[in-house]
Design a protein. Structure first.
Length: 154
C-alpha cells in the first residue's frame, strides 16, 4: 500500500458511512428500493479506493476548487463576465430590431407612405373610399342577407 492509498482510506470510509446512514434512514422509513440504491452508493467509494481512482477524484475536485477560487477572486474575470453580458444584450437587442429596421429602410411600405413607384392615380386618397370596393362589399352583404333570409334568419 502506498502513502496515498493510506491517506485516502479515511475518505472512503467517511463517504461510505454517510451513504450507509442515509440507507439506514430509508430502512426506517420503509423504502426498500432506496435502501438498495444507497447501499450501492456506499460501495462506490471502496471500489474507487481499491482501483486507485479515488486519488483521481480527489485531484479533479482539487483542480475544480482551485479554478473556482481563481475565478471568484480575480477582477479581470468579472470584467470579462460583464463584457459577455453586454455582448449578449446587444446581440439580442439587434436581432429583435432587425425586422423593424428593414421595413423602415425601404422594405414594406408603411401606412402613411405610398409604395415606391406608385403613380398618383394608384394612390388612395384619404377620406374618399374606393368605388369598386364599396360595391363589392355591398354585393357580398346582399348575398349573405339573401342566404340568411332563405334559412329564416333575420
Amino acid at each position: 500500500m502506498t502513502a496515498d492509498a493510506v491517506t485516502l482510506l479515511p475518505w472512503a470510509a467517511l463517504l461510505s458511512a454517510i451513504a450507509v446512514f442515509f440507507a439506514w434512514r430509508a430502512w426506517k422509513a420503509g423504502d426498500r428500493a432506496a435502501v438498495v440504491r444507497r447501499v450501492g452508493w456506499a460501495l462506490v467509494p471502496w471500489a474507487l479506493w481499491l482501483v486507485g481512482a479515488l486519488k483521481l477524484v480527489v485531484r479533479i475536485g482539487s483542480a475544480v476548487a482551485d479554478w473556482a477560487a481563481g475565478f471568484v477572486f480575480r477582477p479581470s474575470v468579472w470584467l470579462g463576465i460583464a463584457l459577455a453580458i453586454v455582448a449578449v444584450l446587444l446581440i439580442v437587442a439587434g436581432s429583435r430590431g432587425r425586422g423593424k429596421s428593414r421595413a423602415v429602410e425601404g422594405g414594406a411600405p408603411t401606412r402613411d407612405a405610398p409604395a415606391v413607384g406608385a403613380t398618383p392615380s394608384t394612390r388612395r386618397k384619404k377620406g374618399s373610399p374606393k368605388k369598386s370596393g364599396a360595391t363589392a362589399q355591398d354585393d357580398d352583404l346582399a348575398e349573405i342577407e339573401d342566404i340568411l333570409r332563405r334559412h329564416g334568419i333575420e
